[in-house]
Design a protein. Structure first.
Length: 568
């Protein structure tokens, strides 16, 4: 007898398509009342099927198409907004396409006649439904209605703004008026900062173009454009940011740096403000620093077991210097604060000197430098020496004075953590000597040098197999024979990762232990290439090795490896 899915129950379809076993369906039938869910939803909750399996079964039963995932990446906001957000969220629907006669609506419950009737009344058109998974719908609703809300708020904020022609010597706006609670510029700046915090951004870029102002957020290390208000509001936005960060609003020819301390409904943040003049006007970059409790651990940063064992061994030594190197935004401070959290106890006095204090650690004495009043790194560190410290964290070695104090701390029985800007671990050693520290002092004080980068992780929701090009294999230093043994992955982009293919970041590390053989080379003043060769003989795994390891595990892509590291 021919199986007709249109007259079959959903459980029978699962069996027919071999998506679930008879025992699994019996268990789900017993438990579905406890969960207050339908059979398919219960099977998903029990872990017997996935969301895609349920859609496949419903497609066979109802003969309704499944939504095209690629279509969800580029929906027209005007079409989405045809259905009011409260109705869309409560009834689990979203409008995805429109023509003259009908609207295509994605839904998780196509059999609900009441919802169908209400949609026809709202849209005043015929409604054609397609199937969408519950989690996919949730992410799609959040993405598009958030964008619609943001656009609406920007228009509300700047809609009544008056444009005034002024010469170069005048302030473009009345700052006192703009500081008012209902001022459009204040609304816009608040919106920019609040949405950045919600998005988990580390930086906000506000830059003038010729026809509009562009606002971009740096999320997971990559910039993405979020809004483009009219260029007429740019001067007001910059002036307000200057007022908030106590900068000179009349000075538009020179760079200025300041900071803002904010408390929002989401969290308390410190904002480091940098404003610099460009040919089209002043550009502002705001670095967002979370003032909340530090939540990272060494085990969550991405260390391999091999590197984690080495790092833990050295951070528990009683004295010496541990340096983490890398470019700005590579996670150096996060790693050092996680190290302090690892070794912190009631018997140890830990003091930090930072500019600024990026993370708050309970039970640690943290000092923030203030150069305007003379509290420089040097002045703060000289004071710290009289505070009976066991462990000292120096935010960054910037000059010979700071480096000299760090070395003296380590040689007098203190453990010193610090950072330095260098390309890799061996280059960090020669950079320290270039700053002005004699090689015999560097060799005597240094315990461990670790170079670090942050690699973007492939989004687990849109991860697919990938075949690299010959050029990518060459740039990554992989032969075709080696490539045949690797299951390469890439994120194709989805609504959950904002079509980037990546979600989150993980550390990539290069750890150089300063063993006797390395100390000997430092004492002799050898260059970084010779130091690197010896470190590799001693077992050092390079940045490229570490990046390759997480690529082979499917955590990151070959493109990210090429972007972050150089083949040895």
């Amino acid at each position: 007898m021919t199986f007709n899915p249109q007259f079959a129950r959903i459980g029978e379809i699962f069996l027919h398509l071999e998506l679930a076993t008879e025992d699994q369906i019996k268990e789900a039938l017993i438990k579905q009342n406890n969960f207050n869910l339908k059979l398919g939803e219960t099977l998903i909750k029990l872990g017997y099927i996935e969301e895609g399996d349920l859609l496949k079964a419903l497609h066979h039963q109802l003969e309704i198409d499944i939504v095209d995932a690629n279509q969800l990446l580029d929906l027209d906001p005007e079409v989405v907004s045809l259905i009011p957000e409260p109705f869309a969220v409560s009834n689990r629907v979203i409008a995805i396409a429109e023509d003259d006669d009908s609207v295509v609506v994605a839904t998780t419950d196509p059999e609900n006649i009441v919802i169908q009737d209400n949609l026809r009344k709202i849209l005043t058109k015929n409604v054609r439904t397609v199937l969408i998974g519950e989690s996919t719908l949730t992410d799609t609703l959040e993405r598009y209605y958030k964008s619609i809300r943001t656009t609406s708020e920007v228009e509300d904020a700047v809609g009544d703004f008056g444009f005034v022609a002024v010469d170069e010597e005048e302030n473009e706006i009345n700052v006192e008026k703009s500081a008012g609670a209902d001022a459009p510029i204040v609304k816009l700046v608040n919106l920019i900062i609040t949405e950045a915090i919600k998005a988990g951004a580390t930086d906000i870029h506000i830059e003038p173009l010729y026809k509009n102002m562009r606002v971009r957020y740096r999320v997971d290390g990559a910039l993405r454009e979020v809004m483009s208000p009219p260029i007429g509001v740019h001067a007001g936005v910059i002036s307000l940011i200057k007022v908030m960060s106590k900068l000179n609003i009349a000075e538009r020819r020179l760079p200025q740096d300041g900071h803002i301390s904010l408390r929002t409904a989401l969290k308390a943040v410190d904002v480091r403000v940098s404003i610099t003049p460009t040919v089209t006007g002043e550009k502002a970059v705001l670095r967002l620093l979370d003032k909340g409790d530090f939540g990272f651990k060494l085990t969550t940063l991405g260390f391999s077991e091999y590197n984690l064992e080495i790092f833990k061994k050295w951070i528990k030594r009683p004295y010496g210097i541990i340096i983490v190197s890398g470019p700005t935004g590579s996670g150096k401070s996060t790693t050092l604060h996680a190290a302090l959290k690892e070794i912190q106890d009631i018997e140890t006095n830990i003091v930090t000197v930072e500019d600024p204090v990026e993370y708050r650690l309970e039970g640690v004495c943290q000092i923030e430098t203030k150069e305007k009043i003379g509290l420089t790194f040097g002045a703060a560190l000289r004071s710290v020496l009289r505070q009976d410290p066991d462990i000292v964290l120096i935010g960054e070695i910037r000059d010979e004075e700071t480096a000299d104090i760090a070395v003296k701390f380590s040689l007098t029985g203190h453990l010193v953590f610090t950072t330095l800007h260098a390309n890799d671990a061996p280059a960090t050693i020669t950079r320290l000597i270039d700053i002005g520290i004699p090689s015999f002092l560097v060799g005597s004080s240094l315990n461990l040098v670790m170079a670090q980068r942050l690699a973007r992780k492939i989004c687990t929701h849109c991860k697919v197999d990938y075949q690299p090009t010959d050029e990518e294999l060459r740039d990554c230093g992989i032969t075709k024979e080696e490539a045949a043994k690797i299951n390469f992955k890439i994120g194709k982009g989805c609504v959950r990762c904002d079509n980037t293919g990546f979600s989150g970041r993980t550390g990539v590390f290069e750890i150089l232990e300063v063993m006797p053989s390395i100390r000997k080379l430092i004492f002799e003043g050898q260059n970084q290439d010779i130091i690197r060769e010896q470190a590799l003989e001693n077992g050092m795994r390079t940045l490229h090795d570490s990046a390759m390891e997480i690529m082979i595990q499917g955590i990151t892509s070959i493109r990210e490896v090429i972007k972050l590291t150089i083949v040895d």
